[in-house]
Design a protein around this ligand. Structure first.
Ligand code: GDP
Length: 307
């Protein structure tokens, strides 16, 4: 991800290297190139506008003296502003004062929620926590089976509804049961078995719809989660903003998880979503293996883009 954006920005900066001093025209030309590179990478228009406005303003007020030459100063400004749109600093998970900490996962079908549930469970388990996974995605029977598989791989137990109905042969038929009731039973199980974290996988749809939002909202109301993590596929490009906004309005969320950062898409979603929603990116998923998972650090991501 970001290979093209990275190349475009690097060549923009290269053009500045020979300049001893930057005129306003140089800065405007540079900002134009940055704008085009970001738009071509599918970064949301509103984010691009704000970003380039800030870069221009700061580049115009750069002092000529100092340790950095003009090109290096522009790189530093772009780096700082990238870190800012990515959320500034890492925001760690919020834990409940009284366990269990409840983490609800929401997002479109295919975003990578179920995979992420396993990754997050493994990550937390490795930190000494005792998570319980809850399969509250009853739309796709396969989702329950899939969560059981990732749970097993992560060495984390899975609370699932109605033993015997999972792995239903008919993909179109939902698992019997009420996802809100399953979520509630999951919470009760976590309390009685003394799991300190509950990770709840919810149903997604291919597109945003009212029923999906209602169901996620009902689960939220039943569990009063400490974190609601919106899981978004970084490859979805310009749709990212509308999807994130729909989830922000419909369910609300406290943080974002970016998935499929290993893909070769343009990565605009990754660069837009924190800024557009005002919610921090907590984690990133970078592959299909359970260990392809990172705590998200805005500064490291910015350096990767500008490398
Ligand atoms: P859900 O519908 O949101 O639960 O999504 P899944 O967890 O089932 O993931 C959908 C597909 O994306 C699966 O084939 C996963 O293996 C794949 N996937 C999930 N996360 C990643 C990732 O970070 N990188 C890549 N390359 N594939 C991923």
């Amino acid at each position: 991800m970001f290979a093209t954006l990275s190349d475009r920005l690097t060549s923009t900066f290269k053009n500045l290297r020979t300049k001893g001093r930057l005129s306003e025209a140089d800065i405007d030309a540079t900002v134009r190139e940055i704008r085009r590179a970001l738009l071509d990478a599918d970064v949301a228009v509103s984010v691009v506008r704000e970003f380039t406005g800030k870069v221009r303003e700061r580049a115009l007020s750069v002092e000529v003296s100092g340790a950095l030459n003009p090109a290096q100063q522009v790189v530093k400004i772009v780096n700082d502003e990238l870190v800012a749109i990515l959320g500034g600093a890492n925001r760690p998970l919020v834990f409940a004062k009284t366990p269990p900490t409840v983490i609800l996962l929401a997002g479109l079908q295919g975003a990578g929620k179920t995979t992420l549930a396993g990754k997050l469970a493994l990550h937390l388990r490795n930190q000494g926590h005792t998570p319980l996974l809850v399969a509250a995605d009853l739309q796709r029977p396969n989702a329950v089976t899939q969560l059981k598989i990732v749970g097993e791989r992560a060495g984390v137990p899975v609370f699932a509804p109605h033993p015997g109905t999972q792995g239903h042969a008919d993909e179109s038929q939902a698992v019997a049961g009420d996802p809100v009731a399953v979520a509630r039973e999951g919470l009760a199980t976590a309390v009685s078995r003394q799991h300190d974290i509950l990770i709840v996988d919810t149903a997604g749809r291919l597109g945003v719809d009212a029923e999906l939002m209602q169901q996620a909202g009902d689960i939220r109301d039943a569990l009063d989660p400490d974190e609601i993590l919106f899981v978004i596929d970084a490859m979805i490009g310009q749709d990212a903003v509308a999807t994130a906004q729909a989830f922000a309005d419909g369910v609300g969320f406290t943080g974002v998880v970016l998935t499929k950062l290993d893909g070769d898409a343009r990565g605009g979603a990754a660069l837009s979503v924190a800024s557009v929603t005002g919610r921090p990116i907590l984690f990133a998923s970078t592959g299909e293996k359970l260990t392809d998972f990172e705590v998200f650090h805005p500064d490291r991501m910015a350096s990767r883009i500008l490398d």
